[in-house]
Design a protein around this ligand. Structure first.
Ligand code: F1P
Length: 352
C-alpha cells in the first residue's frame, strides 16, 4: 500500500490526547509508589537530562521542578553530564537525576546515567516510552508512557506525554493535589484547542512566505519554544531558531525581515515584556503568530493570534502549546513535499 506522506505523524499529533489520558491514568495508579519514593528521597536538588527533544523537555521540566517544588533544578544535554560531569555538578552533587528518553536506547543518556551512578550521586529516575529499554534496565525507578510510543521518527505525542509525566512528578514532589487535578484537565483542553486552531495553523504552516522561523518563549516556555524550533528543522527541513523572548533583541533581531515568522509563546509573568518584543518585530517587518491563554492577550502584537482559553496558569498549560507547534511543522513539511514520518538523516535513537 502506498505510504501517504506524514500519515503517522498527523495521526500521532491528533491522537496524542488519548495518550495523555492513558499516561495520566497510569500515573494515578502508580501514585502511592511514586509518593513513597519522593518521601524517601526528599531531595533538595535535581538534574534532568536528555538529547534533542528530550533535552528540550528537560529544560521545561527543570523549570517546573524549580518553580513548583522550590528545589534547585538544572537541565543538561545528556552528553554534557557524561563527558563534563565536573563542569555540570560543581562541588556539590545533585540529589536526583531524572533521565528522559523516548527510546531508552540513546547512548549519551545511558552514559550520563552510568556516570552519575559511578560518582555515587543520588538515585536515578527514568522517564521513557519503552518499558523494556536499556534505560529502564539501568535505573531502579522508571515512569513509562508506553501508550505514547510512535511509528514516526520525530517526537510528538511521546514528547507531550513524557512532559506530563515530569509535571506529575513535580506535582507529587510539591505535594500539590490541586496541580495534579489541573493536569488531568489537559487532555480535554488539548482536544478542543487542536480542533479549533487546526485550520488556522495549517494555513500558516503551508505558507511559503517565510524562510526564517523564530520561536520565542521565556521561563517554562523556553524549552517548548526550542522543541517548536526542532520540529521545524526535523520535519520541515527549515532554518529555525529559539530564544528566550528578551534575548531576541540582543542581536538575533538583525535577521528580521518580511520573510520572517516569529512564533511567540506568551507567559503570564512576563507578558508585557514579551508583547513589546513582538510589537517591535512586527514593526521591523516580521509576521507574528502569538499563542497565549486568552485571545485578547494573544491578539496584541500579533498578525495571527490563538487563545488557548484554558484558564490555566503558565506552568500547567505549557503542554497545550505543543500540538499547535507540531501541526505547524507538519503542514510546512508536507507542503514542501517532505515526509515528516521519515526525516532526512535521522533515526529514532542515536546509538553510538
Ligand atoms: C532523542 C533524539 C530525538 C531526535 C532524533 C534522535 O531520542 O535525539 O529527539 O528526534 O531522532 O533521538 P530519545 O533519547 O528521546 O529516544
Amino acid at each position: 500500500m502506498k505510504h501517504e506522506r506524514g500519515a503517522y505523524t498527523l495521526q500521532e499529533i491528533l491522537g496524542q490526547f488519548t495518550s495523555w489520558e492513558a499516561t495520566l491514568a497510569g500515573l494515578a495508579d502508580q501514585e502511592p509508589e511514586i509518593r513513597a519514593l519522593v518521601e524517601r528521597w526528599r531531595v533538595s536538588d535535581v538534574a534532568v537530562c536528555g538529547c534533542g527533544s528530550t533535552y528540550y523537555l528537560s529544560l521545561t521540566a527543570a523549570s517546573a521542578f524549580q518553580s513548583l517544588v522550590g528545589i534547585r533544578a538544572q537541565a543538561f544535554p545528556a552528553s554534557e553530564l557524561w563527558l563534563f560531569p565536573a563542569a555540570c555538578h560543581g562541588k556539590d552533587s545533585f540529589g536526583l537525576l531524572v533521565a528522559v528518553s523516548r527510546s531508552g536506547e540513546t547512548t549519551e543518556t545511558l552514559q550520563a546515567v552510568r556516570t552519575f551512578k559511578a560518582r555515587g550521586d543520588g538515585p536515578v529516575l527514568a522517564i521513557t516510552c519503552v518499558q523494556d529499554s536499556a534505560l529502564a534496565r539501568e535505573t531502579s525507578h522508571c515512569l513509562t508512557a508506553k501508550e505514547a510510543q510512535e511509528v514516526s521518527v520525530v517526537q510528538t505525542r511521546s514528547f507531550t506525554s513524557m512532559l506530563l509525566t515530569a509535571h506529575y512528578l513535580a506535582g507529587l514532589m510539591a505535594d500539590r493535589p490541586d496541580y495534579l487535578e489541573k493536569l488531568r484537565s489537559l487532555p480535554a483542553h488539548g482536544r478542543r484547542v487542536a480542533t479549533l486552531a487546526h485550520t488556522q495553523i495549517a494555513e500558516i504552516g503551508r505558507s511559503q512566505a517565510y524562510n526564517k522561523l523564530f520561536f520565542l518563549g521565556s521561563g517554562p516556555n523556553f524549552g517548548l519554544a526550542c522543541e517548536g524550533m526542532l520540529k521545524m528543522k526535523e520535519s520541515a527541513l527549515s532554518h529555525s531558531e529559539a530564544f528566550s523572548f528578551l534575548e531576541f533583541r540582543h542581536g538575533p533581531m538583525s535577521l528580521v525581515d518580511r520573510a520572517t515568522l516569529i512564533v511567540g509563546l506568551l507567559s503570564d509573568t512576563a507578558r508585557e515584556h514579551e508583547l513589546a518584543v513582538l510589537q517591535q518585530m512586527k514593526d521591523l517587518g516580521a509576521a507574528t503568530l502569538v499563542l497565549a491563554d486568552t485571545e485578547e492577550n494573544a491578539s496584541l502584537g500579533a498578525d495571527i493570534s490563538i487563545g488557548l482559553d484554558s484558564g490555566l496558569s503558565e506552568l500547567v498549560r505549557g503542554p497545550l502549546y505543543l500540538p499547535l507547534l507540531q501541526l505547524l511543522a507538519y503542514y510546512r513539511a508536507v507542503s514542501r513535499g517532505l515526509d515528516p514520518d521519515r526525516p532526512r538523516h535521522l533515526t529514532a535513537a542515536v546509538v553510538l
